[in-house]
Design a protein around this ligand. Structure first.
Ligand code: PMP
Length: 451
C-alpha cells in the first residue's frame, strides 16, 4: 500500500489541490472547491449550492457575505493596517472592554489568532498566576476524555481523544484526563443528573489523589462539541465550578465553539447560575470566521498577579498578529450585529421551535440519542439501540454523502467511541432562515429514514 506521501507526490496538480481542500469531516472523499457564499449557503466551482450545516468549522455564526463586516475590516486596514499589542490600538481596547461587558464581570483580555492559541495562552497564564501567588507547585491541567481544545502541542495535550494524538505523542507533560459527563455511555446508573454528578465526583477524586497543591487548572467546554455534542446536566457544570473554587484550581471555560450565541446564550456557561469562570477562551464566533482572532479573557483578580511591581511579573507571551487591528474591528462589528439582530434570542427560539423537530428521529432504530442546545445538535447513531454499538463508518459516510448530494453539508464526530465515529453533527449559521432550518430537518430526516 502506498504511503500518503507517495500518493501525494504522484498526484497531478489539480488532484493535489483537491487533496488539500478535502472536507475535514469526511476525509475519505475528495472535497469540493468553494468559490462564493451568502447567508448559510455556499457555491462550488461547478455552480452547485450547498447549505453549510456545520458553519464551516462551527465558526460562521453570522453566515457568509455580510458586507458590514467586510467594510469594517477594509476601513480599519486603511486607517491602521497593523499594530502590535506590545503597545495598544483602539480596536483591541474597545473589543477587550466589550468582551468584559458580555462576560458580565471584570475581565482583561489577551488576543491571539485562534482557539488553540487562546488555550495555550490560558495554560501559561494559569501556571504563572500560581507561581506569583505563592503556589509554584500547581502546574498540572485536567481536561475530560473526548474533549477537543486545539491542535498545537499544549492544546493537543488537553485534547483527550486518542485518535488525534496517537501519531504525535508524547504530548506535553502535566496534562491529566478525567471522564466526561457522557450519560448515554456512563458506567454509573441513575438519571442523567445523577450520572453526570458522578463524573464531577471523579474530578474531585482525581484532584485529591494527585494532590490539590499540584493542580493549576481544569479546562472544559460547557458542552463538548467536537467530541460528539455532549450536553451535561447544568448541575454538573455548577458542581465542577464549585470543586475548582474549593481547591484553588482555576476554571478555564473553552467557549471557542459555544461562545457568541451558538447555544442560545451569549456564552455557554451562562446556562448555569453561580458559575463565573476564571478564564474564558474564545475564537471562531468572535469574528464569525471573517478574520482569524483568538481571545483569552482573565478575571481581574488573576490579572492583578501580573501587575505586581518590583519583579519580572508580566506575562512573557507575545503574538505578532494576535489582536490584529482588522480582526478586532471585525470582532466589534460582529458583536454589534449579534446584539442588534438579537441573534442569541433567535437561536434560543428557533432551536426550540425548528431544530427540535429532529428529536422525532429518536424513534428510528439507528438513532441512539438526540442531543441539542440552541443551534448545536448531535445525533448519536448506533447499529442497535440495546447494545449501543456505534453505526459503522460506511453507513455514517453514506448518510453524509446522501445529504451532500441533496445540497446539505453535515459533519460527524466522536472518534473516541471504540470502533466508531458515530455522531452526526448539525450546527448551522445562527442567521439561518426558517426555510434553511426546514431544509435541514427535511433532508436529514429523509436520508435517515431511507438508509
Ligand atoms: N477549542 C474548541 C472547543 C474547538 O472546537 C477548537 C476548534 N475546533 C479549538 C479549541 C481550536 O481552535 P482553532 O482551530 O481556532 O485553533
Amino acid at each position: 500500500m502506498k504511503s500518503e506521501i507517495e500518493m501525494k507526490s504522484s498526484m497531478t496538480e489539480k488532484e493535489s489541490r483537491l487533496w488539500n481542500a478535502m472536507h475535514r469531516f469526511n476525509p475519505d472523499e475528495k472535497g469540493m472547491v468553494a468559490v462564493s457564499g451568502e447567508g448559510s449557503w455556499f457555491k462550488d466551482e461547478n455552480g452547485k449550492e450547498y447549505l453549510d450545516g456545520v458553519s464551516g468549522l462551527w465558526c460562521l455564526n453570522l453566515g457568509y457575505g455580510r458586507q458590514e463586516i467586510v467594510d469594517a475590516a477594509a476601513e480599519q486596514m486603511k486607517k491602521l493596517s497593523y499594530f502590535p499589542l506590545t503597545m495598544n490600538h483602539q480596536p483591541a481596547i474597545r473589543l477587550a472592554e466589550k468582551i468584559s461587558d458580555l462576560l458580565e464581570a471584570e475581565y482583561q483580555t489577551f488576543f491571539s489568532n485562534s482557539g488553540s492559541e487562546a488555550n495555550e495562552t490560558a495554560f501559561k497564564i494559569a501556571r504563572q498566576y500560581h507561581i506569583q501567588t505563592g503556589n509554584p507547585g500547581k502546574y498540572k491541567f485536567i481536561s475530560r476524555y473526548r474533549a477537543y481544545h486545539g491542535s498545537t502541542m499544549g492544546a493537543m495535550s488537553a485534547t483527550a481523544q486518542a485518535i488525534r494524538r496517537v501519531k504525535y505523542d508524547p504530548s506535553a507533560p502535566g496534562f491529566l484526563h478525567v471522564a466526561p459527563p457522557y450519560s448515554y455511555r456512563s458506567l454509573y446508573s441513575g438519571n442523567q443528573e445523577e450520572k453526570d454528578l458522578r463524573a464531577a465526583d471523579e474530578l474531585e477524586e482525581m484532584i485529591k489523589w494527585e494532590g490539590e497543591e499540584t493542580i493549576a487548572a481544569f479546562i472544559m467546554e460547557p458542552f463538548i462539541s467536537g467530541g460528539g455534542v455532549i450536553i451535561p446536566s447544568m448541575k454538573y457544570i455548577q458542581r465542577v465550578a464549585e470543586i475548582c473554587r474549593e481547591k484553588n484550581v482555576l476554571l478555564i471555560m473553552d467557549e471557542v465553539v459555544s461562545g457568541f450565541g451558538r447555544t442560545g446564550k451569549m456564552f455557554g456557561f451562562m446556562h448555569t447560575s453561580n458559575v463565573q469562570p476564571d478564564i474564558v477562551t474564545m475564537a471562531k464566533g468572535l469574528t464569525s470566521g471573517y478574520l482569524p482572532l483568538g481571545a483569552t479573557a482573565v478575571k481581574a483578580e488573576i490579572y492583578e498577579a501580573f501587575k505586581k511591581e518590583g519583579k519580572d511579573n508580566h506575562l512573557r507571551h507575545v503574538s505578532t498578529y494576535g489582536g490584529h487591528p482588522a480582526a478586532c474591528a471585525v470582532g466589534l462589528k460582529n458583536i454589534e450585529i449579534i446584539e442588534k439582530e438579537n441573534i442569541v434570542g433567535r437561536v434560543d427560539a428557533l432551536g426550540q421551535s425548528k431544530l427540535k423537530i429532529l428529536h422525532d428521529l429518536k424513534n428510528h432504530a439507528n438513532v441512539g440519542e438526540v442531543r441539542q442546545i440552541g443551534f448545536l445538535l448531535g445525533l448519536e447513531m448506533v447499529e442497535n439501540k440495546e447494545t449501543k454499538v456505534p453505526l459503522s463508518d460506511a453507513k455514517m459516510n453514506e448518510i453524509i454523502s446522501s445529504c451532500k448530494q441533496k445540497g446539505l453539508i453535515i459533519g460527524k464526530n466522536g472518534d473516541t467511541v471504540p470502533g466508531g465515529n458515530n455522531i452526526l453533527i448539525i450546527a448551522p449559521p445562527l442567521t439561518s432562515t426558517e426555510e434553511d432550518l426546514d431544509f435541514i430537518n427535511e433532508t436529514v430526516s429523509s436520508v435517515i429514514h431511507h438508509m
